[in-house]
Design a protein around this ligand. Structure first.
Ligand code: SF4
Length: 296
């Protein structure tokens, strides 16, 4: 039924790497935030069904003002909610010469304050490319610290302690337990994890970077420190190698909210329609386009 509705309505389904396996299997394209934003900017479909969270669907809507972007159910990223306008304005006042780089995991109303948007795939390159020596960065403290360690910039995190609950809860104890179960296996971690995990990882990368690393590595087994949805994608894309979640409780409930039934319903009744007010969308488009044009 989903296929039939898609054909009838010239619709495509975009799904994040953290989506449920059955959603990934029915999607036309599965990727990380950067890949999904790029895909959304290029599609000629009339309807985009976005299986991800609020800020991702908003980004697709901003990039496609003439298209209908649907989200099967309300899915709110708690990290995006941690950023408050007043904190951003305070930081801009305190560091007037600093440019602002915001993680794509932010609401459109906050993207309007950014000089450039970034994803975990390009955060280091984007921050390094800024003209100012100090860069205001939000909302993930773990990514902010990691980016600072990888660039020549002073990075000011806004808010002071923004984080992804799913990644932040992966502990050093989880890592020790996983290593005991799978001795000698390489650890591949997402930069939203804490420093405790990152300093013990063999590779640190976005979800797309993790897939690339595992494909190209000579190793055959990996412990994966990110949301467990990526394991399905890895097993499909990198057959013959073995992948184990570093923590089985690294589950983002918001990413798992979309089900096949909800996707079908979204296509049937064309809801929930994601709309961004025109004035906000026009302003937020500028830093998003700057990121996409940088291709880093
Ligand atoms: S995994 Fe983390 S950053 Fe991604 S949607 Fe869930 S809470 Fe937000």
């Amino acid at each position: 039924m989903i296929e039939k509705l898609k054909d009838e309505k010239n619709a495509i389904i975009l799904a994040h790497n953290y989506s449920r396996p059955e959603i990934q299997d029915v999607a036309d394209f599965v990727g990380d935030s950067l890949e999904l934003a790029e895909k959304a900017s290029k599609t000629d479909a009339d309807i985009i069904v976005f299986c991800g969270v609020d800020f991702m669907a908003e980004t697709a809507a901003i990039l496609n003002p003439g298209k209908k972007v649907l989200i099967p159910d309300i899915a709110i990223c708690p990290m995006a909610q941690m950023l408050k306008t007043e904190d951003l304005l305070k930081a801009k006042k305190r560091y007037p010469d600093a440019e602002v780089v915001l993680y794509i995991n932010t609401l459109a109303e906050h993207k309007v304050y950014a000089d450039c948007i970034c994803t975990s795939a390009n955060a280091g390159d984007i921050v390094e490319s800024m003209n100012s020596d100090t860069v205001i960065f939000g909302p993930d403290i773990n990514l902010a610290r990691y980016v600072e360690s990888q660039t020549s910039k002073r990075v000011i995190p806004v808010p002071e302690y923004g984080l992804c609950p799913t990644h932040h809860q992966i502990t050093a104890e989880d890592l020790s337990d996983a290593k005991a179960r799978h001795p000698g296996v390489e650890i591949v971690a997402h930069p939203e994890c804490t420093e405790n995990i990152l300093k013990r990882a063999n590779a640190i990368a976005s979800t797309s970077g993790m897939i690339k690393y595992c494909k190209e590595s000579e190793e055959n087994e990996f412990l994966i420190a990110t949301e467990i949805g990526l394991i399905h994608r890895l097993r499909k894309d990198v057959p013959g190698k073995k992948f184990y979640p570093l923590s089985k409780s690294a589950v983002c409930p918001q990413m798992k909210t979309h089900t096949l039934r909800k996707v079908e319903r979204a296509l049937e009744v064309e809801r929930i329609h994601v709309k961004v007010p025109k004035d906000i969308a026009e302003k937020a488009m500028i830093p998003i386009q700057r990121m996409l044009s940088m291709r880093c």
